[in-house]
Each structure stands twice: as C-alpha cells, then as structure tokens.
Design a protein around this ligand. Sequence first.
Ligand code: GDD
Ligand code: MG
Length: 370
Amino acid sequence: MQAVMLVGGQGTRLRPLTVTTPKPMLPLMNGPFLEYMLNHLKRSGVEEVILSTSYLASIFESHFGDGSGMGIRLIYVTEEHPLDTCGAVKNVERYIKGTFLVFNGDILTDLNLEHLIEFHRAKKAVATLTLTRVEDPTAYGLVPLDRAGRVTEFLEKPSWDQVITDLINAGTYVLEPEVLELVPEGVPHSFERQLFPRLLGEGKPVYGFPSPSYWLDIGTPEKYLQAHLDILDRRLSYDFKGEEIKPAVWVGEGTVIEESAMVFGPTVIGRDCHIAADANVMGHTVLADGCRIMHGAHIEGSVLHEGCVIGEDSAVRSSLLSRNVTLGKRCHVADAAVLGEGLIVEDDNDLKRGIKVWPDTVIGSGKVKF
Ligand code: GDD
Ligand code: MG
C-alpha cells in the first residue's frame, strides 16, 4: 500500500514554533512528530510514502533521507507554489499505482489502517473518509452520514447553525486513483471545498469510517501541548526512549540530576541535560536533549525543545519553548506562552497568557511584567 502525506502547510496557527520548523517536523517527545506517524504506517503495512512538501521542504529530506533507516520507502515531491490539499495529491499522481491512502500531516492517531482499507473495499467506495467525534466541529470538516454509512454532505469549517453531527473529517482517506481524473493539474484544489463536494454532487460512492481510535490534530499550541500530555498519560501507545529511573520518569544518556533536585513523573528528559540542585521538574514535562535547568528553577506541564536554559529561580508552567530559548533569573513563563527559537529573555520578566515571542528576539531585564 502507498500513502501520500500532506506536509506542505505553513503551520500558521503554531507560529512562532513553525517559523523555523515545518509543523510535521516539530518534536513530539524526543523525535520529529512525523517519525511517529511513519512508524505507525510502516507497522500497518504501508511500504511507500510520498511526502508532498512545500513550506521549508528541504528539512524533511535531510532528516529522513530515502527512509531506508526506518524501513519504509520515502519519495519527496515539492510544490513550487502551494497547491492546497487535493492539488498536492494530483501533483504526485504519476507515482500512484492503485488504491492509496492520504494523510493530513498533522494528525496524531493509532487508527487501525487494515480495518479502514477492508471497509473501503467492502463498500466499493471511490473515497472513504476516516471520521472522529469532537466537541467543537467548527474547526474541522463536518461529515454527516446516512444509515448505510454514505457521506451525505461535506461542510468545511461549518458555522454552529450548520452543525448537525459531531462526526468530523479526521484527515485520513482511502482513495481510488480514478478520482484524480476530476482534479485539474498545476492549480490549487481542495479536497474539502472542491473534490469531496463534487463527488457527492455526482452521486459517487463516498463513505465515512467512524473510528474510536485516539485522534488529535496538533495544529494549535494547545493541541500540540495536549499531544505530549496524552502520550505521558498513556492515552496512546508510545515507545519511551531513555532509562525509566523511577515510575514514569524517563531520562536519556549523559543527563545529570543533582541530588537535591526533584523530578516527578510523568516526565521525559532527553540526553545530556543538567538539572541543578534545588530545581524542580514536576509532572507532564518534556525536556529535549541538552536542556539546562538552573538552581531553584521550576518546570511544570511544559515542553522544552533542545538546548533550552532556564535561569536560577525561574518558573515555566504550561508553556512551549522552541530550541535554544534562554531565560535569565527570576523569570515566569506561564499559561500557554509560546517562545520562538533562540529567544533570549534577560532577568525578571513575566511572559504569560498565550504570549507569543518570535525567534531570535532579546527581551532586556525587567521589560515585560503582568
Ligand atoms: N503539500 C501541501 N500543499 N500540503 C498542504 C497544503 C498545500 O498547499 N495546504 C495544507 N497542506 C497540508 C498541511 O501541512 C496539513 O498537514 C494538511 O494539509 C491539512 O492542512 P491544515 O491546515 O492542518 O488543515 P485543517 O486542520 O484546518 O483542516 C483539515 O484537517 C481537519 C482534521 O484535522 C481539513 O481536512 C478538515 O476537513 C479536517 O477536519
Ligand atoms: Mg490541521
């Protein structure tokens, strides 16, 4: 089986994290998010994945190469101009050999692909859309079904008065290659706003496959943080790296935790980190490789990418820090702050309430207070 993975979006809702890294390459725990999904595809019998890239395209290939290191064949096709979700698949049509899968590249799921493909074949569908249930469908594609499981309508980002079901498009499709005959070449085209409504208008067999599996679109800071918390809470399977030094605390090689530091689980600490005396790393925290937490600092419910330095007596709560963020002394970062790569925050600053700071900025001492 082949899969096309759509990884060309700009990840605007995840800025500033995505200013320097495309959304599917953001770390999830200690490896790129996409690595988790590629492993899941491989385990499900997918042999070849065509990565449809556009924004920051070269970062994918320089990390994964031809996929042989992971035991899966990877092909990269880069768009000069973004072609939107369906145009991106039309653009890789020459590689498609038969019934194939399409994935939005920002979906974290352990969906059973074998069952999905079996369902698609049994229904003799031209397109089968995986569906999931959410409380607020307005941020997604709404997909009502009839009693036989056929899709009756596709409403992308519906308003509340259009919400007649809680089933939404989970961003994983099984398609027959013939549907691509309806798609124009070389111009932007959308599955959600164009191809699916057209197939339905023409009465083609389009089916929905409601799945109870774990499902999350990591496309906003809240959801990206949630993905980590869910893995730490074992809501989906994950192969933790490092040594479990006490229940639910995994630590990588070369990391030093001083004796009077406190580390509570569930927490993952990467390689070559240093947790100084009297520092606290509380639960639901992920520290990537090379982070340094200074004396008396406190980290809780947060994700810190590689090489972050948290100064003495500073605190980080419920926040996201990109690579190489440095905080001085007595800083407070909290309530869904999102800090861009290489940011330097000097002593005595408070960054709170969803504040977003762009990469490579310097915030002088005592400049930001709440
Ligand atoms: N190659 C390429 N080119 N990829 C693209 C392009 C493009 O022009 N535009 C978007 N993508 C990729 C993104 O990288 C992402 O992986 C995927 O297509 C979906 O784009 P999002 O921007 O994340 O869409 P969304 O989350 O608002 O909505 C989509 O996903 C929902 C489920 O999470 C829709 O498919 C909804 O119907 C669906 O419910
Ligand atoms: Mg998305």
